[in-house]
Design a protein around this ligand. Sequence first.
Ligand SMILES: [Zn+2]
Ligand SMILES: [Zn+2]
Length: 338
Amino acid sequence: MNSPGLNKVMRAMVLDAPREPVKLRCLPRPQPAASELLVKIAACAICRTDLHVVDGELPDPKCPIIPGHEIVGRIAALGSNVGNFSVGERVGIPWLGWTCGKCRYCRSGHENLCPAARFTGYQIDGGYAEFTTADARYCFRIPDAYSDVEAAPLLCAGLIGYRALKMAGDAEKVGIYGFGAAAHIVAQVLRHQGRTLFAFTAPGDTAAQEFALEMGAAWAGGSDLPSPEPLDAAVIFAPVGGLVPAALRAIRPGGIVVCGGIHMSEIPAFPYDILWREKRLVSVANLTRRDAEEFLTLAPQIPVRVTTETFPLSCANTALARLREGRLIGAAVLVPQH
Ligand SMILES: [Zn+2]
Ligand SMILES: [Zn+2]
């Protein structure tokens, strides 16, 4: 095995325990196992799931953990069993870090539901660092059209957004609740496909509404407003349970509401009448490698443009706070060599 960097160190932002700030540490540079890549990180986007990990809203993270699962970097070393990548190649590392390959879900194209799955930045150290290791079978080449910083948000905001949109089927009038990183990518896919987008933001968030209109929304307004037209589908990216009844009211009979997040506050009780008439309420969990292959092929064809704000690695807490407070346009991206 090629082992440059043995005994070398790296900077990383580490979560010692939930509900604490992440802390800057100097750690030994990780070494790739036989099936792994060692990747020198160029950019790592910040996902709302990172906030749920840091804020203790997801059960049993590995602790201490290096968060971050929208990683773009270049291969610095290969494990002894890796044959399909070479040193220096650019790769992306997403949320899905490992699956068993044997269970009913893995064998039926639903590896996103594998009960033994392990996730980057949650059970496996992730991208808030200068280097990371990742199982090569779950890494992807990044389209040349994208810079490192632009490509990073494609790896979760893009992939999960794409999976959520696939769940919405062939809906023509699509509502999106919560206009952050995932929504601004999905908006461009919808526009490319000739569908009509209605963007629902936090009430009074005129900056997000203007951003949604720039990204191709036909209408943008507060989530406290009724939809101007009956929707065929609604996708909820904001982690706010109260949006579920609002979205069910906004869709037509036979329509679908897709919850795109990994965590949501409690859904308030609602009358059966707003679900009746064959409306469906579903969630999206994780991603499959097939989602990644499809979306990373589609994105440069549209082409999806990504709006980002960059932060040095040491400013991860500032970036997380901005996301928590809803004060970001597009996606926050950590850049180790800022
Ligand atoms: Zn499995
Ligand atoms: Zn994510």
